[in-house]
Design a protein around this ligand. Structure first.
Ligand code: CP
Length: 304
């Protein structure tokens, strides 16, 4: 039985297979309409979500399956003190696969050791978000046609941004990748990721606070929200939250085929004026998220 806790749980070949499958689902949705007839997905969300939870639910419905679950810890017996282990042992009795989001780093890993069905990490604290990474990879592949030979700028909250951590882990396995880390000093990428991922894979990277300066070099710009829920001090959040706001003026020197990504939700990081720019890919990401999650559900359930 396979779970997906960390993007490293999937080999490059398996990621390629998921992308091929997701593209086939996009082209031939009817072929998959009954693939999960009689099967159930449980969505256990101990933290708020719009895209991840609803795209998992839409994915399972489009595969012919059914969905159960909860969208906040307060409406589950976690509010009475039930452990994650007991919760997933219980839900394993009702569902064939579980997608779980939790504010504590490592909670989905613990769940995967206790559950008798596959667990999908739908985001754990400031740690990882592997299905967002699959979404991002499908988007990059559909927009650029490749994973090699890309310069990717990550901008915003690189300290707490779990989508950044997982995507850096994934993209570092490809050839001739350059990473540009753009953040306030207080929100720099954690040292362990620079050491264990970027340096370990010999990835060329630079750190800067100046987005405009590096803009002309980028093939992909991955904007992120400052993660208010991870701050201990509201004053720090208020001081840092608007560090980067992408406006049309800031794109003047950007490449014509720049791909602007954002895992969403957006607060102020990208001006809505950019939404109609052909380089804006963040709502394409939203749609791609449903298709790659369909492919992932099929893989983890072993459905041909
Ligand atoms: N990208 C993402 O995880 O969005 P939600 O928090 O809305 O699920």
């Amino acid at each position: 039985m396979r779970s997906l806790i960390d993007i490293k749980d999937l080999s490059i070949e398996e990621i390629d297979e998921l992308i091929v499958k997701a593209n086939d689902i996009i082209e031939n949705p009817k072929k998959y309409a009954h693939a999960c007839d009689g099967l159930k997905l449980a969505t256990l969300f101990f933290e708020p979500s719009t895209r991840t939870r609803l795209s998992f639910e839409a994915a399972m419905y489009e595969l012919g399956g059914n969905v159960l679950g909860f969208s906040e810890a307060q409406s589950s017996s976690a509010a009475k003190g039930e452990s994650v282990s007991d919760t997933v042992k219980t839900v394993s009795c009702y569902a064939d696969i579980i997608a779980m989001r939790h504010p504590k780093e490592g909670a989905p890993l613990v769940a995967s050791r206790k559950a008798s069905v596959p667990i999908i990490n739908a985001g754990d604290g400031g740690h990882n978000h592997p299905t967002q990474t699959l979404t991002d990879l499908l988007t990059i592949h559909r927009e650029k046609g490749r994973f090699d030979n890309l310069t990717i700028g990550f901008c915003g909250d690189l300290k707490f941004g779990r989508t950044v951590h997982s995507l850096i882990e994934a993209i570092s396995r490809y050839k001739n990748i350059k990473v540009v880390l753009i953040s306030p000093v207080e929100l720099k990428l954690p040292s362990y990721i620079k050491h264990d991922v970027l340096r370990a894979h010999n990835i060329e990277y630079v750190q800067t606070t100046n987005l405009e300066e590096v803009m002309p070099t980028l093939d992909i710009l991955y904007m992120t929200r400052v993660q208010r829920e991870r701050f201990f001090n509201e004053d720090d959040y208020v001081r840092l939250k608007d560090s980067y706001i992408l406006t049309p003026e800031k794109l003047v020197n950007a490449k014509e085929d720049l791909c602007i990504m954002h895992p969403l939700p957006r607060v102020n990081e990208i001006s809505t004026e950019i939404d109609n720019d052909s380089r804006a890919c963040y709502f394409k990401q939203v749609l791609n998220g449903k298709f790659i999650r369909m492919a992932l559900i099929l893989k983890l359930l072993g459905v041909e």
